[in-house]
Design a protein. Sequence first.
Lengths: 289, 85
Amino acid sequence: MPSLKELKDRIGSVKSTQKITKAKQMVAAAKLRRAQSAAEAARPYQERLAAVMASLAGKVSGDSAPKLLAGTGSDKRNLLVVVNTDKGLCGGLNSNLVKAAKAKAQELLAEGKEVEFYLVGKKGRAPLKREYADKIGKGFDTSTVKTPGFEEADAIAAELIGMFEEGKFDIAHLIYPTFQSALVQNPTVNQLIPVPSPETAEETDAVVEYEPGEEEILEELLPRYVKTQIFGALLEREASEQGASMTAMDNATRNAGDLINKLTIQYNRSRQAAITTELIEIIAGAEAL
Amino acid sequence: MALHFELVTPAKLVRSEDVHMVVVPGSEGEFGVLEGHAPFMSTIRDGAVQVYKTEGSAPETIEVRGGFAEVGENGLTVLAEHVEA
């Protein structure tokens, strides 16, 4: 049975923890709104780009297709681009991402392929390193900027495309969380490079003129498409992080409240017990006289 | 007589409005787009997009960087990587 003082200290410490989790929850709620609207604002660009890609990719095919679309002709060496968050306190978000990345790596290794990781964000580094220490390649640190934007996506895409052109890998997969709601963020695995051929868009009768030419446009478009994919993943990550953090901190705040109630009851009981004992002692003493 | 004009960047939808004419800095030369333009697609170079709200009005210029323009049935769409406010 803990003493009164111990209980009191315990209540105090849980209370201050609750204060922290509550503050973090409110911050996450405010940031979530911003992250969500940023993700929504980026959608038109992605949709248009995907539509243009679809109509162009159908026209340019065969041998003339750029390498980014056609691939290297092999699928041996795989690069897993894992997008994790930089900060913790967001529930199971990062461990789910790592789990998804590990599952994908297992699957590829079982098929006898080579796997390498490219890590974006801090939080996935340690758990992946534990298991695949020799397979961790380069990474990109997003923790230096407050909100990763298009410039970061640009830098990541440039590095990945550079690695691809040097022949460091054949296929790149992008693993990132998709934000569905504050409660649900699912890890998603998408093929990033070579750019998966989109389903052919409905053929329009109109003859579209291209300037300079279809291939030149496609060649310029593909890196941009990769960049947009990464940018989208970064935005999704931001929204997911805040959503997961809000939910996790809400739970933590509630748990702390329950714990405080329980401890308070225990504290009051032992206080009363102490008073009763004292009274009995006094009365017994008085009667003995 | 109006041309539907959309200017989109990764960060947001900058413009979506009906205008008279837009002059786009294509990589092989500037071109003006009026309503009913034939389907057309071009990469653009860094430069100013000029938007004429009505015929004869002074153009509003928007600096864009990197991207391409597409003219389709539903007007002109400029996808730019960056827009100078």
